[in-house]
Design a protein around this ligand. Sequence first.
Ligand code: PGA
Length: 247
Amino acid sequence: MRPLIAGNWKMNGWTRQLADVQSLADALNVQPASADVLICPPFTLIERAVSAAAGIVAIGGQNCHHEASGAFTGEVSAAMLRDAGASAVIVGHSERRYKNGESNAVVAAKASAALRAGLLAIVCVGETRAQRAAGQALTICGEQIAHSVPDEMSASVGAIGYEPLWAIGSGHTPTAEEITEMHAHIRQCLMAQLGTSGQLIRILYGGSVTSHNAHSILSLPLVGGALVGGASLDSSEFEAIVRAVPS
Ligand code: PGA
C-alpha cells in the first residue's frame, strides 16, 4: 500500500485556507507525491475543499454520526460527508474519545457507518502518559483495536491511526523502538481479528509529526503513513512532510 499522509485540521480552518489546499494540489500535480494525501478540514469547508483539491488531494471529515440521517441535532453522518464529496473520515480521535466521551463501541459504530457510506475509515487508538508509564500501552491499544475496529475493515477501506495522547500537540514523540513495538502489536491484533484482511491495513503514526521528524518516522518499516495535526495547518510544512515519505 502507498503510505497515507493525513492532515487533521481539528477545529481550525477558514475560507482563506482553501487557497492552501489548492496550492498543495497544484504542487502535487507538478511533482506527484509518493503517498496518498488527505486533508480533513472542519465540516464547513469540506465541499469547497473538495473543489480546491481538484481530485489530487483527498478530503475527509474528522468525525461522523453512526446513523445515516435522523433526529440528531448538530450531527453529520458519514453518508452526508460522502454526499459533500469527502472520501474519508477520522473516527475515534482521542479528542473525541476523551473530550466527548466516545467509547470503543461508539467508535466501532462510526467506523462501520463510514464503511457503509463508502468512506475510508481512519480508526484512532492511543494510550495516555500514565498508561504508558504503568506498562499498559500495548494492552490499552490492543483493546481499542479489538473493540473499535469493525470486522468489515480491510486495507482498501480503512486505516489505523496510532496516536499516543502524550505526543499529541506536545512536541514529544515516542522513540523509534516504541513506535515499532506498538505498530507491530497493532498489526498482530489486526491479523488476529481480521485474518489476512488485517495484513495490509495501513497503520499511521500521529503525534507531533513535523517536517523535522517526518522522514525518520516514515522510514520505519512498520509505519504506513502519518496523521498530522498542528503541522498540517501550515501548507509548506505539510507539503514538506508529504515530501519526506521515502520513495
Ligand atoms: P499533532 O496532532 O500533530 O498536533 O500532535 C495530531 C493529531 O491529534 O491528530
